[in-house]
Design a protein around this ligand. Structure first.
Ligand code: ASP
Length: 332
């Protein structure tokens, strides 16, 4: 007969070696815009700078997720980093409107509750993604626009920024080129060269919750009041634990008409498609309308995809136990 002491020891050993309920493996996928991004148009310095910026953003989100933080917090933290980076068309470094202003759009969605928040045409908030989250959490609304959203930002005590903060010479010169373009190019308003750099993130946390967010300056030379797909829930951003999280980047006029982000989630949910199948299908249909761009998609089981029909898309992925990856061109 075993003594009580040895039984206790056996019980303790069993406890020590029993595996706890497996925590969900976390993952994050990001993009920094899609467009005419080709090797021969990039300097090695710029290539390295973009890769470093994407890696830094991924590490920011990974730190939140690896610590057991929520997908929502990871998405917001990652996008804040990209908004501060002048390499991207969001926050600092945003493109200019035809009137020479920076008007910013952003949205965020929680896949657990399907709560969502969005802002359009805001001009004075350093991190529009945080303003979108404030709309979601601290207002009774889903979307707020222009001066009203700017006022709400002040009221919420979010960090404000002067117009100079958002201004970069490169984007301003892009506007001058756009304004002096040949009228034959007028149809190129949606042209990839005039906008790329929108940022987005999708994340899956250890609790199995998904979230998605997108932030942008929109398109160079956009007209007064123009709003793209990025702040439109269901077009540029969508998250639903039952299906997937999506962030899109591309010619907003087409992404809105296709309802890209929701359409991808609906195909996964109702047709049982994988993220790659659903993303490729919806991207192809959007292209039929005339819309170029790309999406990142992440499912509740960690399955994920990039899909783009432009020459390149700034992108990256990081996950528990996997090598982080970043990419720029279509052939890598
Ligand atoms: N989708 C953005 C917009 O139309 C632009 C982009 O993603 O490049 O405002």
């Amino acid at each position: 007969m075993r003594s009580i002491g040895s039984s206790l020891l056996l019980a303790l050993a069993a406890l020590a070696f029993s595996t706890p309920a497996a925590a969900q493996e976390w993952r994050m996928v990001i993009h920094g815009g899609a467009g005419t991004i080709e090797r021969d148009r990039m300097t090695p310095e710029r290539d390295a700078e973009i890769r470093a910026a994407l890696s830094h953003a991924l590490e920011t989100g990974a730190a939140v997720l690896a610590d057991g933080g929520s997908a929502l917090d990871a998405v917001e933290a990652t996008i804040r980093v990209l908004e501060d980076d002048p390499n991207f068309n969001a926050g600092r470094g945003a493109v200019f409107t035809a009137a020479g202003r920076n008007e910013l759009d952003a949205s965020i969605m929680d896949g657990r509750t399907r709560d969502a928040g969005a802002v359009a045409g805001v001009t004075a908030t350093r991190h529009p993604i945080s303003l979108a989250r404030a709309v979601m959490e601290d207002s009774p609304h889903v979307m707020m626009a222009a001066s009203g959203a700017d006022a709400f930002s002040l009221e919420q005590g979010l960090e404000q920024a002067a117009p100079e903060w958002f201004h970069t010479d490169e984007r301003y010169e892009q506007l001058q080129r756009f304004l002096s373009r040949d009228q034959a190019d007028a149809s190129d308003l949606a042209g990839a060269d005039y906008k790329f750099g929108t940022v987005g993130a999708v994340a899956l946390d250890m609790d199995g919750n998904l979230a998605a967010g997108t932030s942008t300056g929109g398109m160079t030379g956009k007209l007064y009041g123009r709003v793209g797909d990025s702040p439109v829930i269901g077009a540029g951003t969508y998250a639903d634990n039952r299906a997937c999280a999506v962030s899109a980047t591309g010619a907003g006029e087409y992404y809105i008409r296709e309802g890209v982000a929701h359409e991808i989630c609906a195909r996964i949910r109702f047709l049982g498609e994988t993220p790659q199948q659903a993303a490729d299908f919806v991207q192809a249909e959007t292209l039929e309308l005339g819309g170029t761009g790309g999406v990142i998609v992440l499912g509740p089981d960690g399955d994920w995809a990039y899909s783009f029909n432009t020459a390149g898309m700034y992108r990256g992925m990081i996950a528990a136990g996997a090598e982080p990856q970043v990419g720029i061109y279509g052939d890598e």
